[in-house]
Write a protein that binds this ligand. Sequence first.
Ligand code: NAD
Length: 283
Amino acid sequence: VSARVLDGKALAARVRAEVAAQVTALAARGVVPGLAVVLVGDDPASQIYVRNKGKAAVDAGIRAVDHHYPASVTQAELLDLVVRLNADPSIHGILVQLPLPAHVDALAVQDAVAPTKDVDGFHPENLGLLAQGRPRYISATPRGCMRLLRESGARLAGAHAVVVGRSNIVGKPMAMLLTNESATVELCHSRTADLAGEVARADVVVAAVGKAGLVRGAWIKPGAVVIDVGINRGADGKLHGDVDYAAAAERAAAITPVPGGVGPMTIACLLENTLESAKRFVT
Ligand code: NAD
């Protein structure tokens, strides 16, 4: 049996088209959603992510405003920028691309972003609202994963879900979202004693680790749905997920590819968050 491939690229195209239509309608009412994109330094991966997000925003009719600083920027300069963006009525979403240089306190910068403009969903207020089951902004990557799960047709209520990776931007919010959908959730991480055993019981597996092929195909319970968040550049120059795709696809009911799964959905969901923010400003 071969898994159904969850085509994130195609789903993202649909979501982006929906966003573009709603942006047009909003613009007719005099509001053009504005997204500020803050990039620090010359990390090649960050530059690609920021370029892709900016291009997707513009394609959807969102005004993207780039703020690119050298790696030598001070924390005070970044905080100044955030204060100005918070006060700018033409800006509805603020995105600070991570990682920031080591001399900058990334959490302090994230905390400074107005929670109402935090379209990345990283602010503690937004994570807290999500934990209480009344989300304002859901981080784009976990939001995209949930959308892919919905598309898969997987029944989440009562399902046994295993999330591998406990980062604040993917693993933890993912575990909260699945809990809010009434799945029984296990959050695994680098100190988990028996990862293979935990994954083997899962009806839904979400891998967000950053280690190519860490989740072995043989661990996957036949019929499980597998969402692979990992983006790892291999020695072959290609991108690989955290799941051993070929072997997992032989057992899973549905699986996301890398590339072309979660990645495009992350961008689409960022646009959705920005649109929702702009709508809140008019109502
Ligand atoms: P992170 O480095 O912040 O966290 C990694 C997590 O993996 C940690 O919680 C750690 O405990 C866990 N871990 C490490 N080794 C492990 C092991 N051997 N067994 C079990 N758990 C282990 O990573 P992150 O920011 O959450 O990103 C994870 C991956 O997802 C990366 O590859 C990243 O590039 C990718 N990512 C993709 C998107 C996207 O849009 N597709 C977005 C964000 C992150």
